[in-house]
Every structure is written in C-alpha cells, then in structure tokens.
Design a protein around this ligand. Structure first.
Ligand SMILES: Nc1ncnc2c1ncn2[C@@H]1O[C@H](COP(=O)(O)OP(=O)(O)OP(=O)(O)O)[C@@H](O)[C@H]1O
Length: 488
C-alpha cells in the first residue's frame, strides 16, 4: 500500500471516529481495515460480524489474547501462556463470548464450524474457577458423543497445563465412583447418559456453570427429555445458582426458544456472521451421481483425479459404512478405515489416531463424527450419502475449512435426493458458493410436486417444540426456583 493510500485510509478512520463523537446514531461504516484501537464496542462488532440477538449491555469484545491479562479480565499468566495461538488474534466468537462468560451471565452462542468455540468457553471457565480447589465439581460440560467429550477434555488439559486441576472425562467410563465423589475435583465432562447415571453421587455444592457443547443436538428430540431431567437433578444438588452456556454452529429457532426458558441470568444471545450456514472457508460443490451405482464410480473417479488426503467420507448408516469400506478395500492402494457410534472404544481410538497421523488417508464415517471433531488439515469432506437435514450438512462439511484454513466439500446426489436438495442449495447460496442453474431448475420442478424439505423440516420442528412444551418441564431455571422459594 502506498504512503498516499495509507494516509487516506487513516483520514477515513479519523472521520468515522469524529462522526461517531458528533452523533451517537451514525450509521456505522465499513471497518474491515480499521485500526482496532480506535474502534468502540459497536464498531468492533460490526467489523467482526458479531451480533447480539438478545440481552443488554454486552461487554466490549477483546482483540488480542494479551488483553485478557489486564483489568477487568485478569487472566493468570499460565493460562495465557498455555494458549498455543496466543500471538494470533482471537476469533470473533472468542472476542465476544469470552468476556460475556466472564461477566457470569447465561449465554447462547452460535458461530460457524471450526471457529474456535471450544476455547471460547474453556478459557473463561478456567479463568472463573481461578485455581484448583477441594470444593467438588464447579464446572460441568455436556457433549453429545464420547469422542467429542474426549476432545474437550484434551482442550481443558492443554489450557490447564502446569496447574494441578482435576478435569474428569466420564464419557468413556474410566473414572471410579470414589474418585467422582471426592471434593478434589474441578471440571466434569460427560455425555447426557453418563451424567444421568452418576449425577446423584456428584459433589456439586459449589457448581458455578454448566456448558452445553453442540447445544442444539443436546436439546433436540433425541436428548431433550434427558437434558431436562439432568438440569433438574443438577439444580437439586447445587447449593447456589449456576450459569448456563449453550454453544453450537447451528441454533435453529426451536432451540433458541427453548434456550429462552432456560437462560435467565442476564442472558446474552450472540451469533457470528450468517446464522446456520457453512463456514466461509469451505468451497462447497454438488455432484450429480445419477443413481446409487453412480456414486462409487464418481468416488473412484475423484480418487483417480488425485484427491488430496486426509479425506472424510460421510455415509448414512453403520451398514453403509461397512459396505463402502469393503468396496474400497478391494483396491489395495486405498488406505481407508471406517468409524461409527457402535465401534468399541479401542477401535475408535485407533482409527482416530491413525487418521490424525496420516496412516489412513480416508475415513468413512456416520453422522456420529459430524459434530465438533477437530482434525486439522482435512482437505475434503465427501457426502457420499446425502445428509438428512441442513443441520447435518453444515456440521459434516464443517470438518474441513477449520481455523481459517480452506477446505472442499463435495456432496453426491442422485434422483432420489432431489426433494432434499433445496436446503443444501440454500446453505450454499448463503455462503456465496455457486449452485448451477440447472440444479435450481430441477429442484423447482421436484418441489412443485412434493412438499418442500424446508416445509417438512419446519413442520417437524414445530411438532417437536409442541411436544417439548406439552410435556411438563422438570427444569424451570434459576429464576423460577427463586420465585418458588419466595412463594413458600
Ligand atoms: N484464535 C485462534 N487462532 C488460531 N487457531 C485457533 C484459534 N482458536 C481456535 N483455534 C483452532 O481452531 C480449531 C477449531 O476450533 P474448535 O474445534 O474449537 O472449533 P468449533 O468452533 O468448536 O467447531 P465445531 O462447530 O465444528 O465444533 C482448533 O484446532 C483450534 O485449536
């Protein structure tokens, strides 16, 4: 950039700041290249596409990890030093969610896949707990799958290095009852089922926060009742009010409404960028395979053209995973493996390790792997079987294009998938990826004949919400509990 350009950019920035001082309601400008030190809260939010969808007086976003060491955050040095990327900027979700959690208020946070949401709750959780204590579990993190719980545990261990924290992952079931009942514990990570089986024995009198990772999955049909029961049991055992934090890349309206009834400590709803869309770092493509037999031909063609490993290949069921694995094994040059929710712990760990080490170049998986898992450097995700919903699509493709790196997602589709194609095409459009005109024409033709997937999806969600509202909710939230006490 020339000196002249630099000067005019600086002048533009000064003008914006001056305008801002003259008139609070100035329409905010484009701050893409603005100097952050000159920007106020609103301008920073605009620059990083941070939206506050509910709640007042959100804290100012921070823009460098070092700022967390000083007032009002006061992170301890060891915590900052344990952040491997401390010298690079925080991601937008971290900029806003970390200060929000530090204000000890309930939060609902939606930000694209691979944008660093795990650190956005792990770091403030450790900062708020301050140091290891003998007060029982003060933080609970709930995740939908074992493999995700294990990954969250690794993240906590990384950030807590050098201090004697007790961080327990009970998702795989290796912690004894006695160890769990001990006061010498700080953080618990669990799947809902595991947590239900032990919650009665947990020391929770000093519980400060409960975090839901992949919150929309936890609150959807499969888990909603368990999670409701869980919150009620936790509340019975907790001596004080605790804050609740919901994180996901996708927060459908139904979950946002549920969150409303659960979050009551000065709640803040935060979202980053385009809601419920694929990460902007993913180059999304559709590939017409004609029919079922065309898929394997298309896959082998892609391999022959030089598919860059590591690659994740999503299929719809355990059976399909085994079938495709057998099919690809016929060619000895393919180094493939498969993984699904029913494989043993040992087999799962070995498969994941081999994939991380590059021993296998393609991992065939079911949707159990779609959420949350972080493999740095997955170059391509192939949706061999068409995803059942837009939400599943967003999470599957989100295994690539993480932490600012670019990735590719290819979705195979056949004639049979046409009725479901509209939602995926909409996600692609939202993120600026091209959907060929002929595909739109085909979708239009099909959706004239059948009820659109959006309508089906919305109808399902509405009936799900009705069911959830219809069944008597056990957990009523901190405010209700307080009111009840007052009435008594
Ligand atoms: N500020 C940062 N700078 C660079 N890398 C980061 C930063 N924050 C997180 N990362 C890295 O980005 C990757 C993705 O982070 P993470 O798994 O937390 O994403 P996520 O938003 O939870 O994704 P998903 O929605 O798929 O669960 C991780 O490898 C993490 O170490």
């Amino acid at each position: 950039m020339s000196k002249k350009d630099n000067k005019s950019k600086k002048k533009e920035q000064q003008d914006v700041v001056q305008k801002k001082e003259e008139n609070e309601d100035v329409v905010l400008g484009d701050f893409t290249d603005a100097n952050e030190e000159q920007l106020n809260d609103k301008e920073l939010r605009q620059k990083y596409k941070i939206y506050i969808n509910k709640g007042t007086e959100p804290p100012k976003p921070f823009t460098a990890f070092d700022q967390l060491q000083s007032e009002p955050h006061n992170f301890r040095d060891y915590l900052i030093n344990n952040i491997p990327y401390r010298d690079t900027p925080p991601t937008p979700v971290q900029m806003q969610a970390i200060p929000a959690m530090l204000q000890k208020r309930d939060t609902l946070v939606a930000a694209e896949t691979g944008s660093g949401k795990t650190a956005a709750y792990t770091l403030p959780a450790l900062a708020l707990l301050h140091e290891p204590r003998k007060e029982g579990f003060r933080c609970i993190v709930i995740a939908p799958t074992r493999v995700l719980a294990e990954q969250i545990h690794r993240q906590f261990m990384l950030f807590s290095k050098g201090k004697d924290w007790r961080i327990r992952d009970i998702a795989s079931g290796s912690v004894s009852k006695d160890a769990l009942a001990s006061k010498r514990n700080d953080v618990l990570i669990a799947t809902p089922m595991k947590l239900i089986s032990v919650v009665a024995d947990l020391p929770l009198s000093h519980l400060q926060m409960v975090i839901f990772d992949e919150a929309d999955r936890l609150f959807d049909m499969g888990f909603a009742e368990q999670v409701d029961n869980l919150l009620a049991s936790i509340q019975e055992r907790a001596a004080q009010n605790f804050t609740k934090h919901l994180f996901s890349a996708t927060i459908p309206l139904s979950v946002e409404q549920l969150a409303d009834s659960i979050l009551n400590v000065r709640p803040l709803h935060i979202s980053i960028g385009v809601k419920n869309a694929g990460a902007s770092t993913i180059d999304q493509k559709l590939l017409f395979a004609g029919d079922e037999s065309g898929k394997i031909i298309a896959l082998k063609e892609r391999i022959a053209q030089g598919l860059k490993p590591p690659v994740l290949i999503f299929v719809q069921s355990i059976e399909r995973a085994k079938q495709l694995y057998q099919e690809l094994l016929l060619d000895k040059s393919y180094k493939v493996d498969y993984i699904h929710g029913k494989r043993s712990d040992v087999a799962t760990k070995t498969s994941l390790r081999d994939f991380r080490l590059g021993k296998t170049w393609a991992l065939i998986c079911t949707d159990v792997m779609a959420r949350g898992l972080d493999f740095l450097g997955v170059s391509c995700v192939i949706n061999y079987d068409f995803p059942v919903s837009m939400i599943s699509y967003v999470h599957r493709i989100g295994r690539t294009g993480r932490a600012g790196k670019r990735g590719e997602a290819v979705t195979f589709f056949t004639h049979e998938d046409l009725p479901l194609l509209r939602n995926i095409a909409e996600v692609m459009n939202k993120t600026g990826c091209d959907v060929p005109e002929w595909i739109f024409k085909r979708i239009k033709k099909v959706s004239n004949k059948t009820l659109s997937d959006t309508a089906v999806h919305n109808a399902m969600k509405a009936s799900q919400l009705q069911k959830q509202q219809g069944t008597k909710r056990k957990y009523k939230g901190g405010a209700d509990k307080k009111n009840k006490k007052i009435k008594k």
